[in-house]
Design a protein around this ligand. Sequence first.
Ligand code: 13P
Length: 248
Amino acid sequence: MRKTIVAGNWKMNASKDSVDNLIKDLLTGMDGITSEVLVCAPFPYLAQVELLIQGSKVMLGAQNLNTNASGAYTGEVSADMIKDFGARHVIVGHSERRSLYGETSAMVAEKTKAALNAGLTPLLCIGESIEQRDSGNTEAVIEKQLSAVIELVGIEAFNQIIIAYEPVWAIGTGVTATPEQAQEAHLFIRSLLAKNDESVAQKTPILYGGSMNASNASELISCADIDGGLIGGAALKAEDFLQICKVG
Ligand code: 13P
């Protein structure tokens, strides 16, 4: 039985005040929540969140990492630095990084490897654009993105990886995948893992991301192969995020 995981991706939205208020409000509502709850903060706020969540069941993650351990990489942040602030997770391959910052599947695979080597759990994002879906290429795109990672780190490593299926057309658009569309993609992703190792496939959490909110989370997360959510906009409001966390 896989646990439900609800992860917030704050993207580039935070201030010291907003982080204080959001985490404090989240912590007051955590009683009785059985899902694993995780917030992925922008780098400058990791230290602040680390202090605020101490002793709570909320976990901390980052949104990106550099593959090198240290050195002359101006502006970059390593896996060990992320770990230094108590984070246990890091998002890799988010579609915004693939499309805006030119991250290829090969680079995403290297980032996944660097995170794993440092003992961080990568939240590996994959998903198709609307053009790819409309031209019938959804499965081919997902397979290519996932295979690049499997080939580099091996299927066993997926015991330490969380996958997030995030159809690009659903991100920040208010257009959520229907439960049927999402379940179909999740089942396909699980079948790709199963081709390599059935038991790893059954254990790997696959989260859905893309305009998930307090109203649609329940019907999505109740699908057989949807193990939780990666939440953008709705993760910035404690009440909405808590509502989603309660679904698990
Ligand atoms: P939204 O929930 O704002 O659509 O963003 C989803 C996402 O990209 C999470 O990583």
